[in-house]
Write a protein of this length. Structure first.
Length: 369
């Protein structure tokens, strides 16, 4: 059956808000034409469906992530290619209401990261923001690959826990070096691509800062060798967890960390440290000016070079961990030197003595001074 209006064929008929799909003798088969609801969200969640029937109403609630703040200026609602934001969006309740949907709907919304430190926020917004004036969003932070020198030697900033959102970062070389009042920072889950730069991708990241607890366990690089000189000359430092990497050098890596108590090498691999050349690849001065380290986690897996921790009263548990970690690296003439005043404590422990015996049989020399 064909419907006509005068001499023209009717291509669409409706019963109320529903389009007539097919007419049979004695009955009409009616279906609801589906329209899409697409969204571009940044730091925002939404309860919008993926589609809605033509002519039906649409109600959507926008919710900013707990660590962000909704910006009404970023919300745009389009229907059938026409901007209907002014009538559809309520900024007071962050809701979208459309009485009758007659075209595909597209929703755009963004929220700004809430920063603890106004100085950090200003730097981030000025260099990498744009979606929201004077702010930075999560997607913008994730798109940053390098901080360059934007923070280096800044004596004003104190906290940068929002650094956790910079998941696209691929180099940290001296990123916060000289930030003498920086006390807190949270590192993102990121992979440092070192293929374009042979320099240590996280060398001197936090040199001369006041950060007390450094945890870089979320940072990964598969470069052949990397420097562990991440936090030198940090007198406030208490604990450091080094990133996942193959180690290039420990040369004066903790120099001046006079209050450091705990180091964690669990994610590090020392097997490919090069032979001594221009002080690179050496362990010289690794624990210089420390003296308070009692806990060493992970030991020095696959270490193939002599090292000296004789300035530190490392606990017997940590000393045993260190010795055990050396067992896979038989090295003729390599020596691990402990603090002489701890000798009696260590050698009264059966586990320590067993580890030492195995290490010596593998080619290591265990000494005290």
């Amino acid at each position: 059956m064909t419907f006509r209006m005068g001499k023209r064929v009717a291509t669409e008929m409706h019963l109320g808000n529903k389009e007539v799909y097919q007419v049979r003798q004695g009955e009409a088969l009616v279906y609801a034409k589906q329209l899409t609801v697409s969204q571009t969200l940044d730091g925002v969640t939404s309860d919008a469906p993926s589609s809605v029937a033509w002519g039906d109403g649409l109600a959507v609630v926008l919710t900013a992530d707990s660590d962000t703040q909704m910006s009404s200026s970023s919300v745009v609602v389009m229907m059938g290619g026409v901007d209907i934001t002014s009538t559809a969006y309520d900024s007071a309740t962050n809701t979208i209401s459309i009485a009758s949907v007659t075209g595909n709907v597209a929703i755009t919304a963004a929220a700004a990261i809430i920063f603890e430190d106004a100085a950090v926020k200003a730097i981030c917004a000025a260099n990498w923001g744009g979606t929201i004036a004077g702010e930075l969003t999560k997607n913008e932070a994730a798109a940053v690959t390098s901080l360059d020198d934007k923070f280096r030697n800044n004596t004003t900033i104190t906290k940068f826990n929002e650094f956790v959102y910079f998941t696209g970062i691929n180099t940290l070389y001296s990123a916060f070096s000289g930030c003498s009042n920086l006390e807190e920072i949270t590192f993102p889950t990121a992979y440092l691509d070192s293929s374009a730069n042979t320099n240590g991708r996280f060398t001197n990241v936090l040199a001369r800062t006041k950060v007390v607890n450094v945890d870089m366990s979320n940072i990964t690089t598969t470069n052949t060798r990397q420097s562990l000189v991440v936090v030198p000359q940090n007198a406030a430092l208490k604990k450091v967890v080094f990133p996942q990497c193959n180690v290039d050098t420990m040369y004066y890596m903790l120099q001046g960390c006079t209050n450091l108590e705990e180091v964690d090498f669990s994610l590090c691999n020392f097997a490919n440290m090069p032979a001594t050349s221009n002080n690179r690849g050496t362990t010289s001065g690794a624990f210089y000016q420390t003296g308070k380290i009692t806990t060493v986690r992970g030991g020095f897996p696959n270490l193939a070079r002599s090292v000296n921790v004789n300035t530190n009263p490392i606990s017997v548990e940590s000393a045993t961990t260190i010795i055990t970690s050396l067992l896979s690296s038989p090295v003729s003439g390599a020596t691990f030197t402990f603090k002489a005043s701890m000798k009696a404590t260590y050698e009264a422990n059966a586990d320590f003595n067993a580890a030492v015996a195995t290490a010596r049989s593998n080619g290591w020399t265990i000494a005290y001074s």
